[in-house]
Design a binder for this molecule. Structure first.
Ligand code: FDA
Length: 371
């Protein structure tokens, strides 16, 4: 039987659910509190620089899943962009993620064997590292820790790495070859024409009300629809009754510069503690668009979060996970009426392909339940 479904949020989770449910014959309406669709993946075209600005930070699409890649390719074609990041420290630029070229730049080593023994000699022996600093010193050694991780993590989390969990650094790898492709996935690229065009296609034929905040009329919205899919912060839905989940936030400063190329690549990580921003993005390099002699450069600054600021990174502490478990249990009790999903609804750092995968699963489950 056809259901009337309200979808709160027009990011990938909400938009993919809207497409799938509408295609299955349900009536969907999307509300979005911002004045544009696409959530944090929103891009806008800059005529002066002839490229798409990633308004909420650099977004590189990558996935290992043929199914997800086929799905997004229904809505966009992708260019051949490969994320090859650089790290700036002191007055030097290094290849990043750490690979044999980085180790050559740092230590002057030329072969994998030389590099391994140099890194091993720099490590501080510790069989039970209890925090991020101890983990880095034991796994990568002091030079790598101080060059790439100390200042960057201090800025990103506003805490000394010795006060951060070791888990933050566990996914960092050193490659003892010259592979500098940031994402080791089979598929990667930037949508030609920007991300916003994907959302326009996903939401084609579906009513979308921009500038509409669910909380301005929460009870009324819930009553009017058979089912609600909520992609905002899960704690906000419950009016933070158990306490506020913590996030880190970001802000961006973008300038149109009077030069053809400012930094020679799309993404530079700035790892010095005394430089207040963590990354710079030069947007034309995402689009592989080199037609104009002007360029858009964005500086990304980490920010303490408080209600009203953009929720960006969930803070993965035991306290927050315990709090999330309480909200998740409350959400389970509403399961017949409200579904929570996406980055904020699940309080998880999700990449785009993971959000699309989760939205396809959620919508397939709902379609099956209502069949
Ligand atoms: P998203 O946050 O995009 O959408 C939620 C929407 O709900 C928003 O539009 C919001 O306004 C709306 N909303 C919330 N509350 C509401 C309310 N009360 N009423 C109405 N609307 C409401 N991923 C990747 O694969 N590669 C990458 O390179 C990056 N890079 C990256 C950089 C930065 C800086 C960030 C912050 C994130 C990334 N990501 C990424 C992750 C990517 O942004 C993320 O996976 C998706 O945007 C998540 O989509 P969602 O739909 O879950 O949330």
């Amino acid at each position: 039987m056809s259901k009337r479904i309200l979808i709160v949020g027009s990011g990938f989770f909400g938009s993919v659910c809207a497409r799938e449910l509408a295609d299955a014959g349900h009536h969907c309406q999307v509300i979005e509190k911002r004045d544009h669709i696409g959530g944090n993946c929103y891009t806008r075209y800059s005529e002066e620089a002839d490229c798409h600005e990633h308004v909420y930070g650099a977004h590189i699409f990558h996935t290992n899943s043929q199914k997800i890649w086929d799905y997004v390719n229904r809505f966009a074609s992708f260019n051949t962009y490969v994320n090859r990041v650089k790290a700036a420290h002191g007055n030097k630029i290094y290849s990043f993620p750490i690979n044999l070229l980085t180790l050559h730049q740092l230590f002057g080593v030329n072969t994998p064997a030389e590099a391994r023994s140099k890194v091993a000699a720099d490590c501080v022996s510790n069989n039970n590292p209890k925090n991020m600093e101890e983990y880095c010193l034991a796994t990568f050694g002091r030079t790598i820790y101080e060059t790439f991780f100390y200042g960057y993590s201090l800025k990103q989390w506003n805490r000394e790495p010795k006060d951060l969990p070791a888990a933050i650094a566990r996914r960092v790898l050193i490659r003892y070859n010259f592979d500098d492709n940031y994402f080791a996935d089979r598929f990667q690229g930037i949508p030609i024409g920007g991300y916003t065009a994907i959302f326009e296609k996903l939401l084609d034929g579906i009513q979308v009300d921009l500038g509409t905040d669910f909380f301005s009329d929460q009870e009324n919205w819930i009553q009017k629809y058979d089912h609600v899919i909520f992609t905002g912060p899960i704690d906000a839905y419950f009016h933070r009754q158990f306490g506020a989940l913590e996030y880190r936030s970001l802000r961006w400063e973008t300038e149109l510069l009077d030069k053809a190329d400012a930094q020679g690549c799309a993404v530079v990580n700035h790892t010095d503690a005394n430089i207040p921003y963590t990354r710079t993005y030069e947007h034309k390099h995402f689009d592989l668009a080199y037609t104009k002699d002007k360029t858009l450069l964005t500086k990304e600054y980490p920010l303490n979060w408080e209600p009203g600021k953009l929720e960006v990174y969930p803070v993965n502490t035991d306290k927050n996970q315990a709090l999330y478990a309480q909200y998740s249990a409350a959400a389970q009790e509403l399961a017949g009426k409200v579904t929570f999903g996406g980055r904020l609804g699940s309080y998880r750092y999700y990449d785009m392909h993971q959000v699309i995968g989760a939205a396809l699963k959620t919508s397939a489950d709902l379609i099956e339940t209502w069949r």
